[in-house]
Design a protein around this ligand. Structure first.
Ligand code: 6CM
Length: 247
């Protein structure tokens, strides 16, 4: 999947292009000491957060780095982007639907999340864009893909119920395939899953969109983000097992 399928004349193109590239730089910028606090450290998976409140609401930025074996960047992000799998792996969801397929690499998605007591139920409405950006890959990587999600407005998508609040979100997952055998000496077709790995960076900032107790929100995020990344990774590992490698 080289190039961008979304037409440059689409009204959302400029915003999608700008935000996707900004999130890519932000994700790759690392975690400065004294700025990011490590809150989950499980094997290769490390998760960091910063404390940030906007208008009194917790909007803590999150950054996670992970590294797994046997999966390519394209495969990992295929399962993250493709909405037909979301209900399998996203345990925060009550339901979801694709509002519009804007192109093969871009969709608008509406999700209704499970209610967390005592706060009101949340929903999200966002564009989701999948892109290959090899010019930004690390020297040891053979490719780089990103999925970027950001909230949007659609007059044709009403709140699912009046008590629901719509969250704001900017989320990106950046993945790079690492090949363990010298690339100059090997064709992709000769590689097995033992020869490949994937470096993952996930960044997220969610605005709760209205009242929620700050302490509960922080507890929920600390529990849910590691749960999500571990569960999603296991899901992908299971899905690719015994399938031909997709680069
Ligand atoms: O990135 C994740 N999921 C993607 C699914 O396609 C997508 C998600 C967007 C929405 C994220 C909003 C999460 C809101 C969760 C409910 C908030 C409850 C409020 C509690 C009040 C006390 O990018 C994985 C997202 C994992 C989130 C933990």
């Amino acid at each position: 999947m080289d190039g961008v399928s979304l037409s440059s004349s689409h009204p959302l193109f400029k915003e999608i292009d700008k935000l996707t590239m900004e999130q890519l730089s932000y994700a790759k910028a690392g975690v400065e000491e004294g700025v990011w606090q490590l809150f989950a450290d499980e094997g290769e998976m490390k998760m960091y957060k910063r404390d940030l409140e906007i208008d009194g609401m917790v909007c803590d930025p999150l950054k996670a780095v992970h590294s797994i074996k046997g999966v390519t960047a394209r495969e990992y992000l295929h399962y993250f982007f493709d909405s037909s799998y979301k209900l399998d792996w996203d345990t925060t969801l009550d339901n979801m639907r694709v509002v519009e397929h804007l192109a093969s690499d871009t969709a608008v998605i509406h999700q209704v999340h499970k209610r967390v007591w005592p706060a009101a139920q949340r929903e999200s409405l966002f564009w989701s864009h999948f892109r290959k950006v090899n010019s930004y890959k690390d020297p040891d990587a053979s490719d780089l893909y990103i999925v970027c999600n950001h909230d949007c407005e659609r007059p044709d998508v009403a709140l699912s119920n009046k008590a629901c609040l719509r969250v704001g979100l900017t989320i990106a997952m950046v993945c790079q395939t690492v090949i363990k055998r010298p690339q100059s000496k090997v064709q992709f077709s000769e590689l097995s899953r033992e020869d490949i790995g994937c470096k993952i960076i996930y960044v997220a900032q969610v605005n709760p969109g209205g009242w929620a107790p700050n302490s509960v929100l922080r507890v929920v995020y600390k529990r849910e983000y590691p749960k999500f990344l571990k569960r999603f990774t296991q899901y992908v590992e299971q899905k690719v097992k015994n399938k031909p490698i997709m680069f």
